[in-house]
Design a protein around this ligand. Sequence first.
Ligand code: ATP
Length: 748
Amino acid sequence: MYLKELEINGFKSFAKKSNLSFTTAISGIVGPNGSGKSNVAEAFRFVLGEQSLKNMRGKKGEDLIFTGAAGRENRGAVKVVFDNKDRKLNIDYSEVIIERVVSRDGTNEYMINGSKVRAKDITELLSGANIGASGHHIISQGEADKILSINPKDRKNVIEEALGLKVFTIKKYEAERKLKRTNEHLAEVRIEQKTTAPRIKYLKREVEKMEKARLMKDELRDLYKMYFPKKRTHVEQNEQKQKEIQLLQQQIDAIGQQVAGLQTELSSVTEASGVEQKTQDLVVVEKQLQEVKTKKASLEREIGKADARIEIALENKQRYEVYLNSQNDGEVIEKISAVLHDIWIRWAKKILSSEQISQERKDRWEKQFVSYGQLTEDQKEEDRVLAREVEKAISGTEQVSAPTFDPEQLVALETERNRLNEEIKQLSTKEAELENKRDELDDIRDSSETVGQKVQIEILTLEKKKSELLGSLNTAKLQGQQISQTLHAFDTQEAAARALFGEETNTFFVANDSNNSDLNVLEKIMRLRVLLENGGVSTSTDVMEEYKKLTEHKEFIDTEIADLEKTAESLLALIADLSEQIDVRFRKGLETINKEFATFFSTLFSGGKGEVFLVDIPLKRESEDDPQEYELGVDISVALPNKKVRGLSMLSGGERSLTSIALLFAMSAVTPPPFIILDETDAALDEANSKRYGDMIELLAKESQLILITHNRETMSRAGILYGVTMGGDGASRLLSVSLEEAESVAK
Ligand code: ATP
């Protein structure tokens, strides 16, 4: 691979298309100050993908496009052509043309062999051939000693690049970037995993609850299928019961009407017979009868008294007659006895006529009522004793005198008695009349009462039947209520079932073959419903969907995490591998560079010693407690011949240049880049050193193409081709191939 050509068009001071062909190992670019030589070096940087405008001495893209007296270009373009027969550039072309164009709006276009590419593609392609926009193979004006002034870490990077490790560092950087991105992504996904976990957990629980609820619903469905078909029986029972109630009510109503009719009949019977009047009349008659009886009794008592007085009068009359007729006591006594006996019999008969004495007693006495003459001697003697006592009493208490007797009094008494008898007779007639009347009234009343009683009995019978029917009605109503309650329970359950099962509920009523005799169906239904209602189960299908979606997403996340972890792992392994490779190659390369450096150094300084070595650079710590960590850097030590100078800072400008050149050349010698551009690296060298510099250039040119921008004659003399750059009054640089002599004069 070698550099064939550079074409600059509208870039910086090159207004028009200018071509440089690099046909020899060493090309020189010469020209007066400000003619545009360094712009050529920058054209290289530009086309090789430099992104830092500062490194091209610009502030904005527009600064890179020609603006001058000759006009104003709209685009700055640079093209570089490589021979790639050896395929050092990893692209299947024998010639590779890389082109970059900048427009006034600051946009850039990149092309490889005419195809648009990204800047990155160019960087990658070039890094494979150990070249790039920056690096030690392009040394800008005044930057020859930059390798000395930069810090050990940056120096290590430059050396790394020079050793061709950039391809590894880019890979490592890429891997680290990827790892960083992977870790960031991993962290994001883990956060997502963590954030969604509680939701998934919650949803899982919900879904489990839903599943449980679904099972309960299935069970409930089966129970409903057992329960609802029974409704028909209860509906029929209810209809029957209602009919029964209606019938009973009709019967009761009919009886009620019958009773009402009978009651009307009863009252009409009572009214028609005048029972009440008759009853009142009867009371009056009874009262009159009672009065007649009382008066009659009192008259009978009067007659009794009159009879007694008449008896006494008759006794007196007898006694008087006995007194008059009897001559001795015996006879007297005998007569008195007989009289007493008669009196006793009359008295007894009187008494016996009383109704208060029983017939048996009357009969018994009747036998004793015999006349005095029929008495036994003992009985006569009892009477005689009594007669004597009477006689004695009469004769003992008063002087035996002739008994008194008033016949008129007797007549008066008998008249009175007859009158009383007459009155009693009348009263008896009245009594008989009243009794007749009473009996008559009684009969009338009794007969009307009989009709009423019959009706009343009928009423009572009916009432009894009615009350029996009412009892049945109450029972029927009670049963009806129970059936209604059962039906109401069916309705309640149906409403609940519809809420849960919707239209499907209709199918629950279809009678099935299951001969279920489970009495606790309703109880089980209610228990399940309570469980379902209290379960707080979401019926939303969203939960299910969200759970499904989130679970899928979780699986996706888990897989992603696993993938990312795997990626991170392999990236870590790659980084470790690359680090290892870089480290091994670097240490080895640095060792070689160190040897070359020592050689170049002692050649350039005619002795002394230059050395590059690894140093540990302590890293900044967050706090003093943190362990001290180090990174590697490269330091330089120099020992000039015949001088005690050791520190870089103590070197002269020329000495600094020589040291830098020695190191840059050492680096280039170890891993030769395809080309090296040196912009006035030799500016500070004296003649002797310029010669040594020239020798070393030729040495380097064996491995790399050299493009040298120089004012140094010695350097010019080493070039195979020389380009002269001039700038005219229009501010545009021009290029021309010149001879050494011309070059010398141009350079001046
Ligand atoms: P020296 O020998 O002093 O280092 P040189 O030959 O390297 O000089 P350069 O630095 O390459 O010169 O060129 C600088 C010149 O390029 C300046 O005159 C500057 O005006 C000119 N220049 C830079 N950018 C542009 C641009 N965009 N348009 C026109 N001219 C430009």
